[in-house]
Write a protein that binds this ligand. Structure first.
Ligand SMILES: NC(=O)c1ccc[n+]([C@@H]2O[C@H](COP(=O)([O-])OP(=O)(O)OC[C@H]3O[C@@H](n4cnc5c(N)ncnc54)[C@H](O)[C@@H]3O)[C@@H](O)[C@H]2O)c1
Length: 352
């Protein structure tokens, strides 16, 4: 499916180029995070926003959300001075506002709920505002809960039961989601090893009693599970993986879809990232767009276990990969004539 709309604009206040990709609005308004990142060049930023917006379409479709896929990128050529941040965000907010609700922005790599508050000064089409402003705040907790739900299904498929007690788990990226996952898995009795490029994050991990491994050695550790919770592009055509199960929140983990076949041929069960990482968006939109209670929205996140199980069962029964089955599920929803669950999706409550 090709991108529906890509808008790139240089900010009038900051001079920084920002962009929005609306990949699909078949199921509803396009939602996706706003990435604030230094890129080697403009082409890299455009490639990123296009790939990420397409992944959001699949993520929303598979998770049963009545929203389409979008993404926005603030393409920096060097880290900005702190005092420039607000101007850059306001420029980006003007671009989002110009799309008139076709795209709803939330936080992503490099942005958080406080940044959403700045965007909100210029556009209603923002979600995940801080809790004290009526939003749901950071989505990393619900994202981690969704990863754990997908992990249960993956562990059942690979090990025969979903118990994590005694399992060795490597988490690449001890950031917001990675730290939630590590704490929960330790509480379940797993042996957790973490990796990060940021020494401060590793010190934080050590304070929690976690073992660490150097980032370049992450793929060599013979563990039960690998959780990619840092960046995309982890697995390429020649990547060797020393674990039987990979489940994690990092978006776009494969350099290309064909890598899913390589992983399957090597006996690695890879739960597609757009399935495992959907907890945050499921929770946030459930609360903010559908006014669900905390418990109701969390119950929806937990359903990712069933979705993952269906995908893995279908791959096993059909001799295909989990990616093929997850794509088929997304495609079925995108081409179905069924009415959306929310008859006429509106922008989230906090954006009203
Ligand atoms: N936060 C969410 O709700 C959410 C939702 C869906 C997907 N994701 C994806 O999950 C991943 C983690 O999200 P997060 O919110 O925890 O991000 P984060 O920025 O808080 O944490 C990422 C961590 O990864 C580390 N890192 C960067 N490059 C690394 C490398 N090469 N090796 C090891 N560590 C590295 C960073 O230093 C950082 O500590 C991201 O890819 C994000 O796009 C997050």
């Amino acid at each position: 499916m090709s991108v529906q709309e890509l808008v790139v604009r240089r900010g009038r206040r900051s001079g920084v180029t920002t962009m929005v990709a609306v990949h699909s609005r078949v199921l509803g308004p396009a939602v996706g995070g706003c990435r604030f990142k230094v890129y080697p060049g403009l082409r890299d930023a455009i490639d990123d926003v296009l790939r990420l917006s397409a992944a959001m379409t699949r993520k929303c479709a598979v998770a049963g959300l009545d929203f389409g896929g979008g993404k926005s990128v603030i393409a920096l050529d060097s880290p900005p001075a702190p005092e420039q941040r607000r101007e850059i965000l306001l420029d980006h907010a003007d671009l989002i506002a110009s799309l008139d609700g076709a795209y709803l922005a939330g936080p992503d790599v490099g942005t958080g709920p406080d940044d959403m508050l700045v965007l909100r000064e210029r556009t209603r089409h923002v979600f995940c505002l801080p809790e004290e402003q009526g939003g749901t705040g950071s989505s990393s907790g619900p994202t981690a809960i969704g990863v754990l739900a997908a992990l249960r299904a993956g562990a059942k498929a690979v090990f025969g039961d979903h118990e994590m007690k005694g399992r060795k788990v490597v988490i690449s990226g001890y950031g917001s989601v990675g730290a939630h996952l590590a704490a929960d898995l330790v509480a379940q009795g797993a042996e957790v090893i973490v990796s990060d490029v940021d020494e401060r994050r590793l010190l934080a991990a050590e304070e929690q009693g976690l073992s660490r491994v150097r980032p370049e050695r992450v793929l060599d550790i013979a563990a039960d599970v690998l959780i990619p919770a840092a960046v995309g592009g982890v697995f390429g055509p020649a990547t060797e993986v020393a674990v039987p199960l990979v489940v994690g929140p990092a978006n776009n983990q494969l350099t290309e879809d064909a890598v899913a076949d390589n992983l399957a041929a090597k006996g690695v069960v890879w739960v597609p990232d757009f399935v495992a990482s959907a907890g945050g968006v499921v929770y946030t939109l459930g609360r903010e767009a559908e006014n669900l209670t905390h418990a109701e929205a969390l119950a929806r996140v937990e359903r990712l276990e069933t979705t993952t199980r269906q995908i893995l069962d279908a791959a096993s029964a059909n001799g295909t990969t989990p990616l093929t089955e997850a794509n088929a599920l997304a495609e079925a929803r995108l081409t179905s004539d069924a009415e959306p669950r929310t008859p006429s999706p509106q922008e989230p409550r906090t954006a009203a």
